[in-house]
Ligand binder design. Structure first.
Ligand SMILES: C[S@@+](CC[C@H](N)C(=O)[O-])C[C@H]1O[C@@H](n2cnc3c(N)ncnc32)[C@H](O)[C@@H]1O
Length: 233
């Protein structure tokens, strides 16, 4: 297993807890296993490492994880090593595309922090886990902009996309780069009171009753799993 720097793998950290967003992402990927087998995979924001572990179990040929948090690098590295997937895995600590500059992948997956709120720790998570800035797009936009130079010909990206974070804008960015976006799956996810309290008021006002459904103190929101595809070679 390649890890940069190597000592990170040895660090002892509590396992990071995957979310229901990640579970839905894995569900969508599992529904088309044939397209995973043999693929060279990249995950931006690999966190616990569970998505790469699932893709490894589906037969991906190579697994590359990037995360900005050292604890995530250690967690992913330990998870994949423990599952016997270490030989096909590499992890890099860094910001978004920087650690994989100049490289292309058949499948790029991401469950990026894209909740519309300023960076603060919520629900026991680091600020880098959920916050996507006031419109939720701080990381989503650079992720979309980087796809054309990181997808192999005929490759695809599969990512989580809150319904209250302007799906049409993502579709337009993809189209401007010659990529096509389609929704694979839509699920409802529970949104903690603490997060709703910090959600950008403009977004909350616009989306309540549309993609956000509130029942007393409880809120559930719509979340899409989207696929963005490059043209076939
Ligand atoms: C919502 S979590 C998803 C993690 C993973 N899918 C899981 O369930 O364990 C988002 C991840 O993105 C990482 N992240 C945040 N900002 C990043 C950046 N600029 N570059 C790379 N990773 C980043 C966080 O550290 C976190 O691990």
């Amino acid at each position: 297993m390649t890890v940069a720097p190597e000592a990170m793998c040895a660090a002892t950290v509590p396992a990071l807890r995957p979310s229901e967003y990640t579970a839905a992402l894995i569900q969508a990927l599992q529904s088309d296993r044939d397209r995973v087998r043999g693929a060279r995979v990249l995950e931006i924001g690999s966190g616990s490492g569970i998505v790469l572990a699932a893709l490894g179990a589906m037969g991906a040929a190579a697994l590359c994880g990037v995360d900005i948090e050292p604890d995530a690098i250690a967690a992913g590295c330990r998870l994949l090593g423990g599952l016997g997937l270490g030989a096909t895995a590499e992890f890099h600590r860094g910001d978004m595309w920087l650690p994989v500059a100049g490289r292309r992948f058949d499948l790029i997956v991401a469950n990026l922090p894209h909740f519309p709120m300023e960076p603060v720790p919520v629900a026991g998570r680091l600020p880098t886990w959920s916050s996507g800035g006031s419109d939720g797009r701080w990381l989503l936009d650079p992720f979309l902009e980087g796809l054309p130079v990181h997808l192999s010909p005929g490759g695809r990206a599969v990512l989580t996309h809150n319904a209250f974070v302007e799906l049409d804008r993502s579709r337009a960015i993809a189209r401007d780069h010659g990529l096509s976006l389609r929704v694979l799956l839509t699920v409802m996810v529970y949104i903690a009171e603490e997060k709703i309290a910090r959600m950008t008021p403009r977004v909350l006002r616009a989306e309540e009753g549309r993609s956000l459904h509130r029942y007393g103190p409880h809120t559930i929101g719509e979340m899409h799993i989207v696929e963005i595809s490059a043209a076939q070679p």
